[in-house]
Design a protein around this ligand. Structure first.
Ligand SMILES: Cc1cc2nc3c(=O)[nH]c(=O)nc-3n(C[C@H](O)[C@H](O)[C@H](O)COP(=O)(O)O)c2cc1C
Length: 379
């Protein structure tokens, strides 16, 4: 059945689930602990109603957005995802190229399975680089220098991993570093021969930017230490601001005071994010965290948002509540898992079609003009 018959991001998710072994699917699909935060991200969007207005000429819909001096064709981009080639072979490069083709931003993860240089080339001017500040200052500086040399315009510093998220599904699936073959893994490989063959053909996925450093890692704790500094502080951010000449964003902000600190330290924007509900189960959904942040920073910096975007209307809800732009992680991942490059493109198309339709239905044909007055409770 052609992927064109997938009507929604949820449909793509179900297709991906049928094609990918359980341990690999859960790695992307899962969230922290009992996944309450992950579910709430989606439910909270659904609870926000928008009020359609009719008799407005919506024959021409405009979804273009200018962000940090660059024009994009849609108000959403691809969030950084680590190790995505373990979900579907060549996922990183496929998605970087798709973002270029569709003219939306592609955020390359520090923990991607493809090197930041190759991803910069594929995204060709549309690439941003997401940095995990390492416990080793030389590792951090090495990555920044490489990102600079590769021509990334924007550095995204992820703040919300002071400790690794506890993902119950991964524990149940006995996912380990280095990767171990367990009976569950073998069953998954046999049940999904196409995935297994393709993954074998492309070679074992690794965390490409750190490949040399991780050679001797024997535990997940080792990997985590090399990748991410547990005690990231405002002083680190100050140093990063002084070091990085380009656009600087902080990803993973939920508290209004943290947002104000980012603005005070000269960041260009923040990404209101809870890592797609993968870090904590107890936190708020991002769409609920956004309005107080907007009130606190009062337009001093750009506000981006991710976590839970599954429908075009979610992008409008985010804009109505103060976001300038959104990112999506799993929507694109489900797309590529459902049908490779065609599925990833279908994910883009679904979000774009839904967004265009919703703009017409709302009676606000230009995305840039969406504001709080479209909220049903705005009266
Ligand atoms: C499998 C997976 C890996 C991720 N890896 C990273 C990462 O390396 N760096 C990062 O900042 N965020 C990472 N994230 C979080 C995403 O950037 C983004 O915040 C999240 O996916 C948004 O939620 P959504 O999937 O509901 O759209 C990851 C998310 C997933 C699903």
């Amino acid at each position: 059945m052609g992927v064109g018959r997938a009507a929604s991001i949820d449909d793509l998710r179900l297709r991906a689930r049928r094609r990918i072994p359980r341990f690999a699917f859960d790695l992307v699909d899962g969230g922290a602990e009992n996944e309450r935060n992950m579910r709430r991200n989606i439910e909270a969007f659904e609870e926000i109603e928008l009020m359609p207005r009719y008799m407005v000429d919506a024959s021409r819909i405009d979804t273009q957005v200018t962000l940090f001096g660059q024009r994009y064709d849609a108000p959403f981009g691809m969030a950084p995802i680590g190790m995505l080639n373990a979900f579907w072979p060549d996922a990183d490069l496929t998605l970087a190229k798709l973002c270029k083709q569709r003219n939306i931003p592609y955020v390359a993860s520090a923990a991607a399975s493809t090197s930041l240089e190759r991803l910069a080339k594929a995204a060709d001017g549309n690439g941003w680089f997401q940095l995990y500040v390492s416990g080793d200052a030389d590792v951090t500086e090495g990555l920044i220098a490489r990102a600079e040399a590769a021509g990334y315009s924007t550095l995204v510093v992820t703040a919300d991993v002071p400790a690794a998220g506890k993902r119950d599904r991964d524990i149940r699936n006995q996912l380990a570093v280095p990767f171990r073959i367990t009976p569950g893994v073998i069953a998954g490989l046999i049940a999904n021969p196409r995935w297994s063959l393709e993954t074998l053909r492309h070679g074992k996925p690794n965390i490409a930017n750190y490949a040399d450093l991780l050679q001797n890692a024997t535990s997940y704790a080792d990997v985590q230490k090399t990748l991410i500094k547990p005690g990231l502080t405002w002083d680190d951010l100050k140093r990063l601001r002084a070091r990085w000449q380009g656009t600087l964003l902080v990803k993973g902000i939920l508290h209004p005071q943290d947002a104000v600190m980012c603005a005070d330290l000269g960041c260009d924007g923040i990404i209101v994010s809870n890592h797609g509900g993968r870090q904590v189960a107890f936190g708020p959904p991002t769409i609920e965290a956004l309005p107080p942040i907007g009130d606190a920073v009062g337009g001093r910096i750009a506000l981006l948002l991710d976590s839970g975007i599954r429908r075009g209307a979610d992008i409008l809800r985010a804009k109505a509540l103060g976001a300038d732009f959104v990112l999506s992680g799993r929507a694109f991942a489900y797309g590529i898992g459902a049908a490779g490059p065609a599925g990833a493109d279908r994910a883009f198309e679904i979000l774009e079609l839904e967004l265009n339709r919703a703009l017409g239905q709302l009676g606000v044909p230009a995305f840039a003009s969406v504001e709080a007055s479209v909220l049903s409770r705005a009266g």
